[in-house]
Design a protein around this ligand. Sequence first.
Ligand code: PAF
Length: 285
Amino acid sequence: MKTIRTTSAMADWSRRLHREGVTIGFVPTMGALHEGHRALIRAARLACDAVVVSIFVNPTQFGPTEDLAKYPRRFRLDRALCAKEGVDAIFAPTAAAMYPAGFQTIVAVPPLARRWEGEARPHHFQGVSTVVTKLLSLVQPDTTWFGQKDFQQAALVHQLAKDLNLPGALRVHPTVRERDGLALSSRNVYLSAQQREAAPVLYRALQAGAAVIREGERRGARIQRVMARVAATERAVKAEYLAVCDPSSLEPVRTVQREAILLGAIRIGTIRLLDNLPVTIRAKS
Ligand code: PAF
């Protein structure tokens, strides 16, 4: 397994593979790899001849008061996981390689990024769009995998790739969960034992929302209230948003039609956790 540190070496490696007719699967990450990443790597491994995993804690997607310095960095463990999964190359550039002196261009984000995470973290999606544009341009993947846990990010990246003709297809892999429903996230390592116990309330709240929809409730406000009530059962948890949205626009809906995406973010102490649950209403036969 190769570790690539510079942007030019990354682009050269991909060009060479493409010349040889090798297909490239790509999994972009910020490291601290967990079972969710492993699932993305395995999906890439199955679909493509070669797999590249990028490990880059992207500074431009963190706000000034966020956890960039504290974000878990565990390169040796990440490397071992990648080697075990048969990854062909890790792309692990330095911040100076990705954003050299004189770097100026920022990719502006679409209306999809306005609400939810976009509101809570004002520069976040601009940083994500910029780095994803750079990564896809360098890696030139045939297919790239993103996790569904970051639903808004995945929606934004689809729009970005379509609008800017970025290379390759995009795939979204279902969220991988702990047995109690907590969505896997690199930030889960920050949770104390007590916080860890409270954290699955987010998924329970989303499930409660999905359950009332299945029982016939269609009013967005009512569904939202049900989710908020469940979240409030954990005193250590502050719900930032629990929303019933249109899966394409991510705008809140007054009335659920055929499909909805339930989006949630909670704060436990200083830790923010995200999750989501898609709901499809089956036509009665
Ligand atoms: O989801 C992530 O890990 C990051 O936002 C990504 C897509 C690797 C961009 O830095």
